[in-house]
Design a protein around this ligand. Structure first.
Ligand code: PLP
Length: 458
């Protein structure tokens, strides 16, 4: 960076030097998630603000990823930062058995927004442990052990959560013995049921699910866990009638329905929770990420009255030192209040309907590498293919490819941070991204799509 550039940049030369030192220390001492440690070359981030991120050399990026799809209200929201600082000064930590105002208020705000009567909140440190506890509750409530979960899903990285997961991240830790049974989800674009219409997909996927329940023995199945809109697995929206059908089947067979809203919740899908799209009320709903935009780790389970009753007189055998940590809960209170005050949930819906959806669909007309565009709110995926007829993906299921690497590199060269998985690019900005900045980001994305078009073979 020249002296002149450093002067113009949002980060200083001193910060850049600090970032370089941090990078050296990282490579020396930090063990990273999910990757081979040797070749990994992580991006240094020096600063964030709203929907912008600055890397270790001071280059500015528009954040279309919301990091791990968690910064729903953007980076460094001043109200949330202030609430964390205030809470730190007032009551930084306390054992979970004690009442504290931040947790009580967070529980109230969450319970008021969850569907139906899911009015009791158990707090965890993140999404994986929320799912683990939801499954434990379901098993104790029903006295049954098995859990049904969809292929092409992600439910977390801890032991049980990764076994419930239905994508390749499970394989290395798959014990095939935790009572997990995977079923094929409704996924119209790559139908497992040879469906040619959405209605057919709904009918056949539900038939497959019911057959799985019957063949496994309903009396052995405690829970069915399902992402309301599968996130990392592809933001593939359930076809009309599917979610209502899942609710009906779980009710019919006395199976606890756990809606995993860790990624799809708290406004991401243009509703407080994605299940609200279909008016479906689960028995347990798990959340994390957007609840406080990830400013301090927090997750939880919202619990129905029936399941709560199971534990009214009987102790719940589970807990965490940091259950409802005051800093995390104060951040949740400030985040939810900011979402209300700034009308961010309806804004997310508007951004999807007025800007992201129409623009991506327009891209699909111009770019043969786009197989499908799908999403709602600020929760969108572009499925990249080498051939529209055969739908051959730009990277095989479970992996990356030199082509995808080039496309992602092109996006980054344009100053864009996308979220990518296998053959997909996800457009998952903050709910309060400025319209003009979003349009600018999509323009940059289109340049990467032009690179993708170069790999189209048919
Ligand atoms: N469930 C879903 C749908 C997720 O997307 C994730 C994380 O990406 C998790 C659970 C796990 O959450 P955490 O990483 O906070 O444990």
């Amino acid at each position: 960076m020249t002296d002149q550039l450093a002067e113009q940049a949002a980060v200083t030369k001193a910060e850049i030097a600090e970032g370089r030192r941090a990078y050296e220390l990282d490579r020396e001492h930090v063990f990273h998630s999910w990757v081979a440690q040797g070749p990994f070359s992580p991006m240094t981030v020096l600063k964030t603000e709203g929907s912008k991120v600055w890397d270790g050399e001071g280059k500015e990026f528009i954040d279309l990823s919301s990091q791990m799809v968690n910064t729903n209200i953007g980076h460094q929201h001043p109200k949330v930062i202030a609430a964390i600082a205030e809470q730190a000064a007032r009551l930084c930590t306390i054992a979970p058995a004690h009442v504290n105002t931040a947790r009580s208020e967070a529980a109230r705000l969450i319970a008021e927004r969850t569907p139906g009567e899911l009015n009791k909140i158990f707090f965890t440190n993140g999404g994986a442990d929320a799912n683990e506890h939801a499954i434990r509750m379901a098993r104790l409530h029903t006295g049954r052990h098995k859990v049904l979960s969809a292929y092409r899903s992600y439910h977390g990285g801890t032991h049980l959560a990764v076994n419930v997961t239905g994508d390749p991240r499970r394989f290395a830790s798959d014990h095939a013995s935790d009572g997990i049974v995977h079923f094929r989800p409704a996924y119209p674009y790559r139908s497992y049921f040879h469906s040619s219409t959405e209605a057919e997909e709904t009918e056949r996927a539900l038939q497959h699910l019911e057959e799985t329940i019957v063949l496994e023995g309903p009396q052995t199945i405690a829970a069915l866990i399902l992402e309301s809109i599968p996130g990392t697995a592809g933001i593939y929206l359930p076809p009309a009638g599917y979610m209502e059908g899942v609710r009906e089947l779980t009710r019919k067979y006395g199976i606890v329905y756990i809606a995993d809203e860790v990624m799809s919740g708290f406004g991401r899908a243009g509703e407080w929770f994605a299940v609200d799209t279909w008016g479906v009320v689960p028995d347990l709903l798990t959340f994390a990420k957007g609840v406080n935009s990830g400013y301090v780790p927090l997750g939880g389970v919202a619990i129905s009255p029936e399941i709560f009753e199971t534990f009214r007189e009987r102790p719940y055998p589970g807990g965490l030192t940091y259950s409802g940590h005051p800093l995390a809960c104060a951040a949740a209170v400030a985040t939810i209040n900011a979402m209300e005050d700034e009308q961010l949930v309806s804004n997310a819906k508007r951004l999807g309907e007025d800007i992201i959806g129409p623009t991506l669909r327009e891209f699909a007309q111009r770019h043969p590498s786009i197989g499908e565009v799908r999403g709602q709110g600020v929760f969108w995926a572009i499925e990249l293919v080498k051939n529209r007829q055969t739908r051959e993906p730009m990277a095989a299921y479970g992996g990356s490819s030199p082509e995808m690497n080039e496309i992602i590199a092109a996006a980054k060269a344009e100053g864009l941070l996308p979220f990518a998985n296998f053959n997909r690019i996800h457009v998952v900005p903050a709910m309060n991204i400025d319209d003009d900045l979003l349009i600018e980001a999509l323009g940059r994305l289109e340049k990467a799509l032009a690179v993708a078009d170069g790999f189209v073979t048919g």
